[in-house]
Design a protein around this ligand. Structure first.
Ligand SMILES: C[S@@+](CC[C@H](N)C(=O)[O-])C[C@H]1O[C@@H](n2cnc3c(N)ncnc32)[C@H](O)[C@@H]1O
Length: 452
């Protein structure tokens, strides 16, 4: 079994790159090798994988200047080995350049042969010596290109953000996306209060803070052990969830005794929160097109002490009210989306998403919102949410919906002083990593007209 953290990082990145895998899946496929590493080596392996994915475009800009072979013609394994090693040289100060290069050459000999190892050695030594001479595009003349290289964003996306948000906001957003986010969780108030949980966490993590906008959130850094090994986790005292995701459920504002549909429940991050706000009284139907996710959700709900969830595998696009016994007081549709609002946590997505994905998912979101709307009772509430800041997946979905569905309107009467600063003038919830230090989310709270 491979024991070097750099070699394992290389394997994780190569299998992520070659197959249509998410980074999480690729990490899971290599979990046996990773679990045998010491704590320090695990941290290094993680830092290399995430670091390369965060800074890939900037690294490639430097590599291009020192490689006599165009990067597109270099095989995946040597290319990622170059990226991993250059990341260590440019962004980490704990490993001397010569040591990082020697290790890369050793790995290259094993994985790609002597000739490639020689090429890697030459490119890296040259890059280590001369990287300070590299220049960036002029931000005034080529703003999108500058953002793309300086902050490592694919050019199509830097162009889109520069157009949508302007140069300054895009730069701040990109800078924040490349930082390591705090870990945020939501207290399971069915079992413990937030203060007591924070106290327990202070034994195993640093920089414990109560979130400002989410009522039950706690954030922290530097866990001393894996989170799944926290005693509080094993006891079901919390669920990991970003502050923005918690606010979405606060916007739904479910009450005890109601009937709620979580139409895209996934692994149940928001379902658990709904149950808490309902004080474990009423009915929640947790639906998703992937039954495997619902199996996980069920076992997690048991651990959290929730008794009011019924799971239902459905394709929302092929569902009507006949598939349910009743209309719902509230429906949450946390729709499948590009995930471009959570690049800080999932930097792999920026290299796998494309412009077409935005259009394709926006079309699906419109259909799903319409289908979910048919399940809301007159006078009931429908919340649409996505973890993306793209207009096509945000306002455009809602405007298309409201143009067609005259039986719905934006619920302007809902008041929450606590997070009114996060609401736009049109009463949409919008969060950004740079301005709010949260994931980028969009949510709209809609109300179905009562029968007159
Ligand atoms: C953004 S995720 C939901 C995350 C979840 N609500 C949470 O907070 O953990 C979107 C979910 O929609 C589900 N989905 C995609 N297409 C669907 C469809 N046609 N019908 C029902 N669910 C669907 C996906 O399987 C995925 O779990």
């Amino acid at each position: 079994m491979i024991k070097d953290p750099r070699h394992i990082a290389l394997n994780v990145l190569c299998s992520w790159h070659k197959a249509s895998l998410t980074l999480d899946k690729s990490l899971e496929n290599h979990s046996e090798e990773i679990s045998c590493l010491s704590k320090n080596d695990k941290n290094l392996c993680n830092a290399l994988i995430f670091g390369v994915l965060r800074h890939r475009e900037s690294i490639d800009h430097t590599l291009c200047a020192f490689s006599n072979i165009p990067l597109i013609k270099i095989d995946t394994a040597p290319l990622y080995l170059l990226r991993i090693t250059l990341f260590q040289i440019l962004y980490m100060d704990r490993i001397p350049a010569f040591a990082a290069i020697n290790t890369a050459v050793d790995i290259a000999k094993k994985t790609s042969g002597k000739k490639t190892a020689g090429f890697i050695n030459a490119v890296l030594r040259n890059a280590a010596k001369n990287n300070s001479k590299i220049t960036l595009p002029d931000p005034k003349a080529e703003p999108a290109k500058f953002i793309s290289i300086q902050y490592s964003l694919p050019l199509w996306l830097s162009g889109k953000w520069n157009h949508a948000f302007g140069f300054e906001k895009s730069s701040l957003l990109c800078r924040q996306i490349n930082t390591i986010p705090p870990i945020t969780l939501r207290t399971n108030t069915l079992k413990i209060d937030r203060q007591s949980l924070a106290q327990k966490l202070s034994l195993v993590a640093k920089n414990i803070e109560l979130t400002e906008y989410a009522d039950q959130g706690v954030s922290f850094t530097n866990p001393s052990i894996l989170i799944r090994e926290f005693e509080a986790f094993k006891l079901g005292l919390f669920q990991i969830q970003d502050e923005a995701a918690q606010i979405v459920t606060q916007l739904l504002a479910p009450r005890p005794g109601e009937k709620i549909l979580d139409a895209c429940a996934g692994l149940g991050g928001k379902t658990g929160h709904i149950a808490q706000l309902m004080e474990n009284k009423g009915i929640i139907i947790a639906a998703d097109v992937e039954p495997k996710k619902l199996e996980f959700l069920e076992s997690d709900a048991k651990k959290l002490g929730i008794e009011i969830i019924r799971t239902k595998p459905i394709n929302l696009l092929k569902t009507s009210i006949k598939d349910f016994d009743f209309y719902f007081d509230r429906v949450l549709i946390d729709a499948p989306c590009t995930g471009l609002g959570v690049l800080r946590r999932n930097p792999d997505a920026k290299w796998k998403r494309s412009k077409n994905d935005i259009a394709r998912l926006a079309a699906k979101q419109k259909k799903m919102l319409n289908a979910a709307a048919n399940l809301v009772k007159p006078g009931g509430i429908l919340v649409y949410a996505v973890c993306s800041c793209e207009r096509e997946e945000n306002e455009e979905v809602i405007h298309t919906f409201l143009n067609k569905r005259k039986d719905f309107s934006i619920d302007t009467h809902f008041k929450s002083n606590k997070y009114s600063r996060l609401m736009t003038r049109d009463k949409f919830l919008k969060t950004y990593p740079d301005t709010n230090n949260m994931d980028g989310f969009f949510a709209a709270r809609l109300k179905r007209k009562s029968r007159s």
